[in-house]
Write a protein of this length. Sequence first.
Length: 321
Amino acid sequence: MTSAQPDTLPTAPAPDAAAPWGELRGRAFSKGHGTGNDFVLLTDPHAELALDAALVSLVCDRHRGIGGDGLIRAVRSEALPEGRTVLADAPDAEWFMDYRNNDGSIAEMCGNGVRVFVHYLVERGLVQVPEGDVLRIGTRAGVKTVARTDSGYAVDMGPWSFRDGETARSRGSDAVVTAKGLKVPRPALSIGMGNPHTVVALAEGEKLDQLELVTAPVVRPEPEDGTNVEFVVPADGDDDGVGRVRMRVHERGVGETQSCGTGACAAAAATRFWGGATAPDQWLVQVPGGVVSVTFVPAPDGAEHVVLAGPAVLVADGTFV
């Protein structure tokens, strides 16, 4: 026995041809990455686009959009209030990296994103940076100086800092992190790289591999604006005076990413601090997407700066339709 079938089947509503991109329709974009940390990039010199969180999140959606860990908009510094603040101290910082996380939230900084951003400016003919030269750009974490090298780009990320220096120096940690895959909460160290990081040391690579980082780790005390959480273990290597660690990261506003440049800097800073006075100044940080270099150098301002170096790749160009 069969049930009666309706004469007509319901139909889905016709899609709105103007949706979902709105004013992005017809605008060119590029897709790029730095050691697997991937971004959608577009140029908006006069900051004319209304990039609300919902639109950015849609663009970065890996099923319904282009897909990416974040969106980077190239804007002339003079077109944004934050950029004009940068220009007051650095008149040559013509371009501003307007960075948004995958969920549409605004972020202060992205170390891999800076390299990809400068490579995008170079490839689009917006700037000229011959190998060996430097370019200064504006970010919400201040001016960043980027050098073009024979293997990619090196970024002076500025000074690193402790969130609670007194507690960090006396106890070696200032937070506790709970994560899926760890049986007990672990002590952690909060590091500032222009954006917030919380670094957890693990003794074994197996524990690192077993982590489930789809779910955001819980950090106590909970930072007011959230935090990126890095898990690190020692990595094998030559006895050449270079430190080596493996790292996985849950990025604030994104989830687990293949790489995090500021996170690599924070992981190296925390591990170097834990290592004591004999710890090296140069580190190689192995992330799921590749390897980046982190070097600690004295700066003219008297602070210790962190230089992040690694590749930057553009993989595709397209147009929003």
